[in-house]
Design a protein around this ligand. Structure first.
Ligand code: UGA
Length: 433
């Protein structure tokens, strides 16, 4: 099957690489000429574990290629995946669909009725209908527009694509269903659940899933605050709750608040959709506020270590990306925490295995280090903000011995207070313990 992927952002690139690995002939196109030129040379625009190997393998097998000429490629393909960016619109807080409609405008006159257009980008509910009507009115033909939202997590995107919990596909006719079964045949044969539904339900499933996961995180983060007040341990609570099969243990890790390109954007879009249709999503409205409060609370937590006097204190951040195994800095809690500490006169050092290329321009005045022990030398506080594997098994004695004042704020609850104290840390604070 010949597949065209429009947009080589995170979603498009992973989808293209994985579909080519299934055996399809995949061509990826993007308006950004440099990105395509780089990809042709084997340079990836993002860091995602395993993606470089997957791309190399499929490029060498001539199943995957990167091209500039969109029109020619549309002509040659059976299925066209739209994976362009849909950032938050400043006016409406919903997904900004301008790139999606621009892409459609560019290809609509060459689209044939037997080609399938698949919306992979995260879009507001009703976009499939809008696109279908738009194409019909423009070209006076009946097209198949399919909604196939993505559920990949950065850092484990390939595994999520190859072994999904489910694939959701919104179709409006049997022909598109048959073709989409063909696209996902390797998954279908291995019994991964493929759910066919209508386009509106597919679009809403994506938002509802992300909103629910964000709710779990904000819920446990608020519980962690209560734990601190009443003297309970949030990790114990999460374990106890999670063993109930109806609740499930995943996404109950308390931390500095959720970030990334998805939860913050999608919860805003979801609540704004609710308001638009007079179906208020008050739970998720509260989730957004709780997340903002959680991020702010991290600043007070750090200030409290120094009894509010952080002027000239040397603070080392271990991890600044929004989660491990990515270089993505979008909506990372570090963006709310570090600039405020810099503003208040703290001296900031950063160690992050992949965050420097995107992070350097975001934290003016911060100094970057490669090695955690070198970074900690003569410092006053180590803050573990992102749980990279590199920070999970630190030699705490070696670390504390190098610091001017051995204090630690473990915002991912990696270590135990007793172990940190034994290792020479004079103060150790964490989340909800
Ligand atoms: C999320 C969803 O998990 C994917 O299913 C979805 O496809 C994706 O958004 C998307 O819409 O594209 P992602 O943003 O890559 O994936 O990362 P997550 O692993 O979900 O983490 C999001 C944030 O929540 C991170 O800041 C993470 O640190 C935080 N988190 C996660 C917690 O604070 N506690 C947890 O228990 C889990």
């Amino acid at each position: 099957m010949k597949i065209l992927i429009l947009g080589v952002g995170y979603v498009g690139l992973v989808t293209g690489a994985c579909l080519s690995d299934f055996g399809h002939e995949v061509v990826c196109v993007d308006k950004n000429v440099k990105k395509i030129d780089d990809l042709e040379k084997g340079i990836l625009p993002i860091f995602e574990p395993g993606l470089d190997v997957l791309i190399k393998r499929n490029v060498e097998a001539r199943r995957l290629s990167f091209r500039h000429d969109l029109k020619k490629e549309v002509f040659n393909s059976d299925v066209i995946f739209i994976a362009v960016g849909t950032p938050t619109s400043v006016e409406s807080q919903e997904a900004d669909l301008s790139s999606l409609f621009e892409a459609i405008d560019e290809i609509s006159s060459i689209l044939a009725e037997d080609q399938i257009v698949v919306i992979k980008s995260t879009v507001t509910v009703g976009t499939n209908d809008r696109l279908f009507e738009y194409l019909k009115s423009k070209e006076k033909k009946i097209f198949s527009v399919v909604s196939n939202p993505e559920f990949l997590r950065e850092g484990s995107a390939i595994e999520d694509f190859m072994k999904p919990d489910r694939v959701i596909i919104g179709v409006r006719n049997d022909i598109s269903e048959r073709i989409m079964r063909e696209v996902y045949k390797p998954l279908y044969l291995r019994d991964f659940p493929i759910v066919f539904t209508d386009p509106n339900s597919a679009e809403l499933t994506k938002y509802a899933s992300n909103a629910f996961l964000a709710t779990k995180i904000s819920f446990i983060n608020e519980i962690s605050l209560l734990c601190e007040k009443v003297g309970a341990d949030v990790k114990e609570i999460a374990k106890g709750m999670g063993l109930d099969g109806r609740i499930g243990g995943k996404f109950l890790r308390a931390g500095p608040g959720y970030g990334g390109s998805c939860f913050p954007k999608d919860t805003l879009a979801f609540t704004s959709l609710g308001r638009k249709f007079s179906a208020p999503q008050s739970i998720v409205e509260a989730v957004i506020i709780a997340n903002e409060n959680t991020k702010k609370r991290m600043i007070s937590k750090i200030e409290n270590v120094f009894e509010s006097n952080i002027l000239d204190k040397s603070i080392v951040f271990f991890g600044v990306t929004f989660k491990p195994n990515t270089d993505d800095m979008r909506e990372a809690p570090s963006l709310s925490i570090i600039p405020e500490l810099l503003e208040k006169g703290a001296k900031i050092r950063i160690v992050d295995p992949k965050g420097r290329s995107q992070g350097e321009s975001l934290f003016r005045g911060a100094i970057w280090f490669e090695n955690p022990y070198t970074a900690a030398k003569g410092s006053d506080l180590v803050v573990i903000l992102t749980e990279w594997n590199e920070f999970r098994a630190l030699d705490l004695e070696k670390l504390s011995a190098r610091m001017r004042t051995p204090y630690m704020a473990d915002l991912r609850n990696i270590y135990q207070a007793s172990k940190a104290t034994e290792a020479g840390f004079e103060k150790y604070v964490s989340i909800g313990r």
